[in-house]
Write a protein that binds this ligand. Sequence first.
Ligand code: SF4
Length: 219
Amino acid sequence: MNALLKIYELLYKRYGSQYWWPGESCFEIILGAILTQNTNWQNVEKAIANLKAANLMDQHRLYGLLPEQLAELIRPAGYYNMKAVRIKNFLNWLFETHDGSLESAGQMDTHSLRAALLGIKGIGPETADSITLYAFNKPVFVVDTYTARVMTRHRHIEPGAGYEALQELFTSALPADYKLFNEYHALLVRVGKDFCRKTARCPGCPLEELPHDTDMQDY
Ligand code: SF4
């Protein structure tokens, strides 16, 4: 078994399925991916609750809203003016290129969809990949700080590796299976929160039996 599948196996054995991404619809997952930038999930949930209470969890209804009205509703998520513009940018793209249809956007091939999302102002690689994977069920691996930390400490990549290099580490070693990518990223977040924090807490970690470098405490 390759080393990355071994990590997955150990994490899954300990934690089981993480049922990501939390969200009742494709559109809710997209909004969550934009709203979660630079904030915690509890704040995102409050912003999403506001949108649901206003009956605005729908791309057609949200498209008609002024940015300042949207900003007020998503205020709990922080950076609300900026995030309102980013959501509007996404909606503009959706309506200009797919007539507002998420189903039509979802018919794009993985590479084209990811590239189109990256072309939207304010949508960076992690957000674009989260949307591609979790909202549209397409196999791109989402990379974040937890991924970098675990992979660096387990000597699978050099410290300071960039987003694309980290992503390539997974996509070159794993089958292009969106369900596997979905679960793997969620499990890395889980172990990152529980054990692989800024200062590693290796005793009891599901990956403790694998070779790792505990001197890299400050990654
Ligand atoms: S806490 Fe230690 S054993 Fe667990 S993932 Fe991080 S470096 Fe590996």
